[in-house]
Write a protein that binds this ligand. Sequence first.
Ligand code: GLP
Length: 244
Amino acid sequence: MNIHIHPTHEALSRHAAKLIIDILTQNPSAVLGLATGGTPKRTYELLVEDHRKNGTSYQSVTAYNLDEYLGIPAEHETSYKTYMKRTLFDHIDIEPSQCFIPDGMTDDADRECLDYEDIIDTNPADIQILGIGRNGHIGFNEPATSFDSLTHRIMLDEKTRHDNARYFSTLSDVPKEAITMGIKSIMKAKHILLIASGKAKAAAIKAMLEGPVTPACPASALRNHDHVTVLLDEEAANHIKEAT
Ligand code: GLP
């Protein structure tokens, strides 16, 4: 694992954007695994800026997202599809048919999960971006999810629902279920880039890097992957030991 500690969220976002742009420069048909949430937002803004200024193209890129809420239409304000369109896809030259996100309105979630895993197998990610939940979740893989999990339907932790309530009018509007790539699906990526910012993430980062490798901390699974980059700001890195 390569761990980098930056003074600010801005600096870590610049580093993350550079890693992604370097991959696209070397391989214009790269496959990007994408995440939502507040943490990667600035990275996506920087990718858009770079696309406008330097013309980095996404015409041949395939992208897929980690997860989507169940029961929310794709075009709804709070869907992850809407987040991705507003934050990134609508501002770059990516082919919409090459952007995959689980269908939150599917009437056959099992089929949807199997089909999604096929997309991942056909297009292993050159880089998979990840945030981390306060409880150590990655994607929506909540604590106790098996390290062997593929794309699946999951009940959201109450902590996760509270954390994500800021995007909804009330807590009761936050869906209780989601479809998420599993931990094994995430581990299929050639390179995993986890970014975390702020003191609310410090305990999860310590557990991921220094605690036992256990489903109790889903992000600890990343210690079994041979190409992981972790970008932290000082607050998120606050609890880890010098030696780490
Ligand atoms: C959600 C997403 C995760 C994300 C997490 C942290 O639960 N499903 O993929 O990593 O939020 O989000 P934030 O970056 O806003 O803290």
